[in-house]
Design a protein. Structure first.
Length: 186
């Protein structure tokens, strides 16, 4: 065990018995029997799969470690081969018995089609208005309770666990007699 305050250290690390990487750390003031956190300067770029990482202290205060039997740690690190970007999830609650749902779909479906490679859309048929949609499923009921859906049409939006409401704005322009529609995610 060291009995001196640590003022500098050289930390070495290696992946799978490959190249040894070194990081010199100066301006330390670590009292005896205490530890410190550090970040090495070289980046790891291990091959895909499981890899053996070994880290050891080569020098303390400018001299080789007096007891190399207690200066090494090793662990397994895994390098993943693929990262998949998350897409926003749109969930639409609707019903074949809903008389206003087609008007919503006239706006929402073209927007979804224009973003088909960027989003995921799941539609759930609800059991109201009466007489109820024959395509209603219990899974749709679970999602209805999750979002507290009380009427249709009702879209919902989720990205990275954050849930947002979707609103359709209709803006009447008196000078042109045109109604402009926009989809707003809040």
């Amino acid at each position: 065990m060291g009995s001196d305050t640590i003022h500098s250290a050289v930390i070495d690390w290696q992946i799978n018995n490959g190249t040894v990487h070194s990081t010199a750390i100066n301006n330390l003031n670590v009292p005896p029997l205490l530890s410190f956190s550090f970040t090495c300067t070289d980046l790891m770029d291990p091959p895909i799969g499981m890899n053996n990482l070994v880290v050891w202290i080569r020098e303390i205060n400018g001299a080789p470690d007096a007891d190399p039997s207690n200066d090494t740690l090793s662990t397994q690190v895994q390098m993943v081969c693929l990262h998949v970007a998350r897409k926003p999830l749109f969930e639409e609650f609707t019903s074949s018995t809903c008389f206003i749902c087609p008007a919503f779909d006239d706006l929402f479906q073209p927007w979804c089609a224009s973003h088909e490679n960027d989003i995921t859309l799941v539609k759930y048929q609800m059991y109201w208005p009466s007489p109820g949609d024959p395509y209603y499923t219990a899974e749709g009921g679970v999602r209805k309770r999750y979002y507290n859906v009380g009427g249709v049409p009702r879209p919902a939006f989720s990205l990275n666990g954050l849930h947002k409401g979707i609103y359709i704005l209709k803006i009447a322009r008196k000078d042109r007699g045109v109604i402009q529609k926009k989809i707003v995610v809040q």
